[in-house]
Design a protein around this ligand. Structure first.
Ligand code: 3NM
Length: 206
């Protein structure tokens, strides 16, 4: 896998009871990147869960990324870490995790995207594109802004925020290389067909 493999469906976890099973189904149906976002997990459960997810991703040759926490990423030997705007610098994370680590940064505007690129991020998250119930205090971003970012930033762009099978194509048409989803997959009635349809839409357009 190379950095260019950050494309298609980028799955972010949520603490649902059958989360591991959903991740396995997603991996078996084309997901190439999984991010562990264990916001509500008790501290003692975070490393064991990260280890299980890392092994699962390894079975399918997918990238495993930890949200927000370079220390946890190091402890579970993740492929990388995803940083929010307030989660410390790309440089610090790189020093901790090494040159080969994949470091992603959440961005919500052209200037944040340009800054993340200057700071040496490997990819950017860009959103919040659509309404979401998965995160509070989001900063909205439009598809037009995404188009602008696509013209200026050469890094892989992972669109995020309220993406589902009804709007994923809009994000890809606007320049995203990948679509990040939580609820679309973590709460899907039919996890497999949702992943397949998202993957199909991404591949048809990228
Ligand atoms: N970050 P769903 S929006 C984790 O805008 C996250 O940076 C966002 O969840 C940002 O796919 C978001 O269920 C939630 O909408 C995405």
């Amino acid at each position: 896998m190379t950095r260019e493999d950050i494309c298609g469906v980028y799955l972010i976890t949520e603490s649902v009871p059958d989360m591991l099973e959903r991740v396995r189904i997603a991996l078996a149906n084309g997901v190439k990147v999984v991010q562990y976002r264990g916001k509500n997990d008790p501290e003692a459960k975070r490393l064991p869960m990260a280890n299980r997810l890392r092994c699962l991703c390894g079975e399918y040759g997918a990238f495993f990324i930890v949200n927000d926490d370079p220390g946890l990423a190091l402890a579970c030997r993740a492929d990388g870490v995803h940083l929010g705007q307030g989660d410390g610098s790309v440089m610090q994370a790189r020093q901790m995790l090494g040159e080969a680590a994949l470091i992603g940064v959440s961005t919500h505007s052209l200037s944040e995207a340009e800054q993340a690129q200057r700071q040496g991020a490997d990819y950017i998250g860009f959103g919040c594109l659509f309404a979401t119930a998965s995160k509070r205090d989001t900063v909205s971003a439009s598809l037009d802004e995404l188009r602008l970012v696509r013209h200026v930033v050469s890094l892989p762009i992972v669109a995020i925020g309220g993406i589902h099978i009804g709007n994923a194509a809009l994000a890809v048409q606007a320049g995203a290389d990948a679509v990040a989803v939580i609820s679309a997959v973590m709460q899907a009635d039919d996890c497999k067909s949702t992943v397949c349809e998202l993957d199909r839409q991404c591949r048809a357009l990228i």
